[in-house]
Ligand binder design. Sequence first.
Ligand SMILES: Cc1cc2nc3c(=O)[nH]c(=O)nc-3n(C[C@H](O)[C@H](O)[C@H](O)COP(=O)(O)OP(=O)(O)OC[C@H]3O[C@@H](n4cnc5c(N)ncnc54)[C@H](O)[C@@H]3O)c2cc1C
Length: 380
Amino acid sequence: MSVETYDVIVVGLGGVGSSAAYHLAKTGQRVLGLDLYHPPHVHGSSHGRTRVIRQAYFEHPSYVPLLKRAYRGWDEVERASGEIVFHRTGLIEVGPEDGVVIPGVRSSAKQYELPIEEFTMADAMQRYPGIAGPSDWRVIREVNAGCLDVERCVQTHLSLAENLGAALRYGEPMVSWETQPASVSVVTDRARYQAGSLVLAGGPWANEWLASHGIPLKILRKHLYWFQVTDQTYDEPAFPCYFFETPRGHFYGTPHDPGVGLKLARHSGGQVVESMQGQQHRPDEYDQQLCQDFISVCLPAASTTLSQWAGCYYTCTPDENFVVDTLPDSPQVTLVAGLSGHGFKFTSALGAVAAELVDRKVDRQAIDFLSVKRFLDPSP
Ligand SMILES: Cc1cc2nc3c(=O)[nH]c(=O)nc-3n(C[C@H](O)[C@H](O)[C@H](O)COP(=O)(O)OP(=O)(O)OC[C@H]3O[C@@H](n4cnc5c(N)ncnc54)[C@H](O)[C@@H]3O)c2cc1C
């Protein structure tokens, strides 16, 4: 078997890997990208028309600098390609005063001076007649939020990478990889490759690659729904993206997509999947019923009649923060994994960070909270 050599091999060309291939190719490296399928595809985590993007991060304020970088990254993608990938619809976040979302958004917005507007539930229902909720809930509008066209983001990153000379091979899965003192080799079902560095960006498939390195990733089966609407209540620009914290979980979605419907998903919950081997999407009646109940209560101008459904996977770490690091004993192997159901918006920045990890020029402090060491040596 002949051995082709590259500077870097990127395994997985979905949300993260497509961006990593672009940013690595931009630095002039000889890049090989490999994928099991032909992204954008429906088998992993980067499909379903839209992904919400927001900056006043309730999950963890440490993400905000990375989000600012991601916003610049999406601007760069649009400039370099002439494609529109980011729809600046704004976002309303709705929930109780003492919940996780409202205080978290407020705190990140304050710390990083991000533009938000606050409403009582009554005022918000006047402004957005499609929403409803208890009178003691609060609503925050995040002005600079919106949604990304997920498939177009992946496709555009791949096209940009290819234009810069990256060799992208589809339908060619990595079968195994091994490290040598200053290099890596990757074996696929048809060839053996050698490179100075390896970027592993396998989304839900990464759990099998990383478990033996002490990195615990849990795959969750998730669902996306589009519901029929009968009028223009949920159309842009009047209606934005939305995220609700309710006693029955977190629900979110994007404005009415003509011809498809109003998108809704449940961020909480999900069924554990042990391995991606042989997985096929299948609907979940319980999840769907929760979403229909949510519509009846919180989006009452929409119909509970389903127009479309899609399955998808979250890949979660125990603390739901990503893994962005090199392997402790093999610095030539970079990992971007465990995006925990909230990572797509970051991918324009995560690809750039992956390129910096490969070049050993990364600002480690900015990504310290995403390091591998938190699993290997957890603080008491
Ligand atoms: C229902 C749902 C809703 C979401 N909503 C949001 C949201 O609103 N906002 C947000 O920011 N994030 C959201 N996310 C999260 C986000 O979409 C994911 O975190 C992100 O898309 C993961 O990208 P990835 O590159 O890690 O995985 P993927 O895009 O799945 O890429 C992994 C790639 O690896 C390839 N691969 C697998 N095995 C091999 C192999 N052996 N050799 C070569 N290639 C291989 C696969 O074919 C695939 O293309 C959502 C996720 C889901 C499922």
